[in-house]
Design a protein around this ligand. Structure first.
Ligand code: XIL
Length: 374
């Protein structure tokens, strides 16, 4: 939390929950949506969507339309959903969100073309072929999907989650990955080159998690990422962006703005566009009182987003959902709450009421330097 922002908002400091971070209680002078606040700065603000709920859950649909200037499919553009059996492509779910975005004047991110997870069951066996054919299994898929949505996307997560310093590879790459087993690190090069052919203006991103916190395992991930980016640049891989997922867990991994700011400066050195692509805050291990957790979450949100949006490379932020009602955090064993209540890691609660986290995002957007839209 920057003192100047607190003063600007005319807020009074109250001490928050267990994290001990200050969170100012304040009201906003105007009722602009997060979308309007982001638009005013030339920033991205948006969220992941679940297409079945679009147009069926109307309060949800309304939030998506009014609060976001960019959408990303939460799962419909993963290969498991797109190509359930070889050569059989299913685009209905993805199309629904694309059409919704077009109707509402929203940009879209493509997530994701190559990932170790969410692959169809048939893929691993299909990769037991000579190397040239393995490459084709990657290239032909990327061709097909990019051909359909191509430059309609602002950006593509071409490759998702490729580092894992805790696994065996001495470069810190994730080896428990079918693409790694089939093609080694070269699968990243192949994916980016294939995407580049038909991506038009869309920016090609590498996307990953847990690079923002002041803990040793995140530091290893930052260093591994920077070394990988050096290798990719040296090999002329057409990478144009780096996505910081931003799944924070403040009661487990301490967030420290200085550490994150240093990493952002290092990314700027590569000339990449940066975006916070999957922001949410897990409240696991937090205090029992939801109000206390909300204050902590708001404070860490403000600190994290102030730091991200201070970087001239950062185009903006997408949350991984908009309401706690549909958050993936409540489905995950490691994050779900023991008392059976919903996690509180998104801007709206499970009754679709805005929370202090909403205020924190609004305040961070309002405080961010304006940029030229990309
Ligand atoms: C998650 C979705 O939220 C779930 O609905 C799905 O079942 C599994 O994937 N990092 C990513 C996202 O890049 O694709 C993941 O999304 C969350 C972690």
């Amino acid at each position: 939390m920057h003192r100047r922002d607190v003063l600007k908002l005319g807020a009074t400091l109250t001490s928050a929950g267990m994290l001990g971070l200050p969170w100012p209680r304040h009201g906003f002078a105007d009722s602009r949506s997060l979308r309007e606040r982001a638009d005013a700065k030339g920033l991205v603000f948006g969220c992941a969507v679940k297409s079945p709920q679009l147009g069926t859950d109307m309060p949800y649909t309304d939030l998506i339309a009014t609060q976001a200037n960019m959408l990303v499919h939460e799962y419909e553009l993963k290969r498991k959903n797109v190509e359930p059996s070889p050569g059989q492509y299913v685009f209905a779910g993805a199309d629904k969100a694309m059409n919704f975005a077009a109707d509402n004047g929203q940009a879209v991110r493509g997530h994701t073309l190559c990932w170790f997870q969410a692959n169809p069951d048939w893929l691993e066996d299909a990769l037991m072929v000579p190397v040239a054919q393995r490459e084709q299994l990657l290239i032909s898929y990327i061709d097909r999907v990019i051909d359909r949505y191509g430059s309609r996307m602002q950006s593509w997560d071409v490759v998702n989650e490729v580092i894992e310093p805790q696994q065996a590879d001495w470069n810190g790459m994730r080896t428990d990955n079918p693409w790694w087993r089939a093609l080694g690190e070269r699968h990243i090069d192949i994916a980016f080159h294939a995407a580049k052919e038909k991506a038009g203006e869309a920016k090609l991103y590498l996307n990953d998690y847990s690079v923002e916190n002041d803990v040793r395992w995140n530091e290893d991930r930052r260093n591994t990422t920077l070394r990988l980016l050096e290798r990719l640049k040296k090999r002329d891989v057409p990478i144009e962006g780096y996505g910081i997922q931003g799944h924070l867990k403040p009661y487990r991994d301490r967030f420290e703005p200085e550490v994150f700011a240093k990493f952002l400066r290092e990314l700027e050195g590569f000339g990449l566009q940066v975006m916070v692509t999957e922001f949410d805050v897990a409240d696991v291990d937090g205090p029992a009182d939801p109000a206390e957790r909300d204050a902590d979450i708001a404070a860490v949100t403000k600190s994290f987003l102030d730091t991200a949006l201070d970087s001239p490379a950062c185009a903006g932020v997408l949350c991984w959902g908009i309401t706690d009602e549909y958050s993936w955090l409540s489905d995950l064993e490691k994050y779900k709450r023991a008392d059976g209540t919903k996690t509180r890691g998104l801007p709206y609660d499970d009754q679709y009421r805005p929370k202090p986290m909403w205020d924190a995002i609004a305040a961070a957007l309002d405080a961010a330097p304006a940029r030229v839209p990309t």
